[in-house]
Design a protein around this ligand. Structure first.
Ligand code: FES
Ligand SMILES: [Fe+2]
Length: 455
């Protein structure tokens, strides 16, 4: 482990500060970060308390719980939670913890239930988490036990808000509202939903899980790292372009080639896309152009959009082509291909990435097929692109342990950004999005005072 911090956690005292503000500030400089941010379990525990328990974290989409009693199980940082639709059609997010002695109540990934029943002593809970009943009631008469006391419920998380069906929760009672937190990334979610003739999306098919043996930040940083595709994904880009060159003149390229080939595009292409960052660590690449903007038409889709929204509005919606949008720390979205990848940190060197696919309501089913094809080609553990990235994260996680050097660089195009209102932009291969993430990281971890020092 590195040598900056004072690693003196007191056993059993999980809230004891392991790092002082000064030490945390020392881990993040303007142009580099110390390797301990990826390696130290004590930093991971602090991140769970100071970032993941404070920020708005993605929970799920309301279409995953369409009917009363529908629920899914997931987590916010280290906390197991359930997203459940109650009898009044409200979507609640409650801790998956029994109000009696703390057992995990629901263990399936999801389902439908009239109420939750703890398998240990049989306490039951309503769909909003309040205590319904306890078996064999005698024995509590002379105590202060009160069934309406929230301490005996499956407690609700502090704050839940949603936008276009995307449900986020914060474990912190205080903080900015969801829309303020999201800033300009809200438009990415809007754009995905607006690509539906009905203005709505719904989750389709199962989750595609991919367990990564690396720190969660490596995945989040990769999303807007445009220095890597032409190197890391070179072989698949080369093979696809070679295949396209061999096609007879005028022949339509296979859809698969159309999806894969931009991953081998040039530095110039990615520089021209540009990267945009905003407060709270969020970022996106592209805008009018992205690696998705040259896809061929799917028969019937444009007509269905024009019929629903008119030509002008349709051109406006389809003319927005952001690449990855990252809503720090948990949520990444490709609006133009209707895919969401969710970050679930499990340990300092273990992260679950969950890919979810969305149907554009009212659009031809072929749109969903393209979404699924994209995921099989790019996001799946058996795909031709995702495992390239995965291999590089593994290499970093392994070799950052080397004592040969302490720092991870992020200085490319530093000082060459342009700021317009809340958005700062730079060339696409800039490290700007990483610098912006660590600015947010430091703010969460050590407060605004440390952040100013770092500047
Ligand atoms: S721990 Fe759940 S009923 Fe006892
Ligand atoms: Fe990649």
């Amino acid at each position: 482990m590195g040598n900056i911090h004072n690693n003196n956690l007191i056993a059993g005292d999980r809230l004891a500060p392991v790092y002082t503000t000064v030490e945390l500030t020392g881990l993040v400089q303007k142009n580099r970060v110390h390797r301990d941010v990826y390696l130290d379990p004590a930093i991971f525990d602090l991140e769970m308390e100071r970032i993941w328990a404070r920020a708005w974290v993605y929970v799920g989409h309301a279409s995953q719980v369409p009917d009363p009693g529908d629920y899914i199980g997931t987590s916010i940082g280290k906390e197991p939670v359930l997203m459940v639709r109650d009898k009044r059609a409200r979507v609640n997010v409650i801790y998956n913890r029994c109000g009696h002695k703390g057992a995990k109540v629901a263990t399936k990934p999801g389902g439908n239930t009239a109420m939750f029943r703890c398998p240990y002593h049989g306490w039951t809970f309503n769909l909003d988490g309040t205590l319904n009943a306890t078996p064999h009631k005698c024995g509590y008469e002379d105590t202060d036990f009160d069934t309406s006391d929230p301490q005996f419920s499956m407690q609700p998380v502090a704050r839940v808000e949603s936008h276009r069906g995307f449900v986020f929760a914060s474990l912190a009672a205080e903080g900015e509202d969801l829309k303020t937190f999201m800033g300009a990334t809200l438009e990415t979610i809007d754009n995905m939903a607006d690509r539906s003739p009905e203005g709505e999306v719904e989750v389709a098919g199962a989750c595609l899980p991919y367990l990564h043996d690396c720190n969660w930040k490596m995945f989040v940083e990769n999303l807007n790292d445009a220095q890597h595709p032409m190197v890391c994904h070179a072989s698949v880009g080369f093979a696809t372009r070679a295949l396209m060159k061999r096609l007879p003149a005028g022949a339509e390229p296979p859809k698969e080639a159309e999806i894969i080939s931009p991953f081998g595009a040039s530095y110039q292409f990615f520089d021209d896309l540009g990267v945009s960052v905003m407060p709270n660590g969020h970022s996106f690449m592209g805008g009018q152009q992205s690696i998705h903007s040259a896809y061929s038409d799917i028969p019937g889709y444009l007509d269905s959009m024009i019929a629903a929204h008119g030509r002008e509005r349709t051109e406006q919606v389809l003319g927005s082509n952001r690449h990855n949008t990252t809503i720090y720390p948990s949520f990444t979205i490709k609006d133009a291909v209707q895919i969401v990848r969710v970050v679930r940190p499990l340990a300092v060197d273990k992260t679950l990435i969950q890919t979810w696919h969305f149907r554009l309501k009212g659009a031809p089913e072929a749109m969903l097929h393209r979404t699924m094809t994209y995921s099989r080609l790019i996001n799946s553990p058996a795909s031709m692109v995702g495992p390239d990235d995965f291999d590089c994260y593994n290499r970093m996680q392994e070799s950052l342990c080397s004592n040969s050097a302490q720092w991870v660089d992020m200085r490319r195009y530093i000082g060459r950004e342009e700021t317009l209102g809340p958005i700062t932009r730079a060339k696409g291969t800039s490290d700007l999005s990483m610098r912006n993430q660590y600015r947010a990281w430091l703010h969460y971890m050590a407060g605004s005072e440390a952040q100013e020092t770092q500047r």
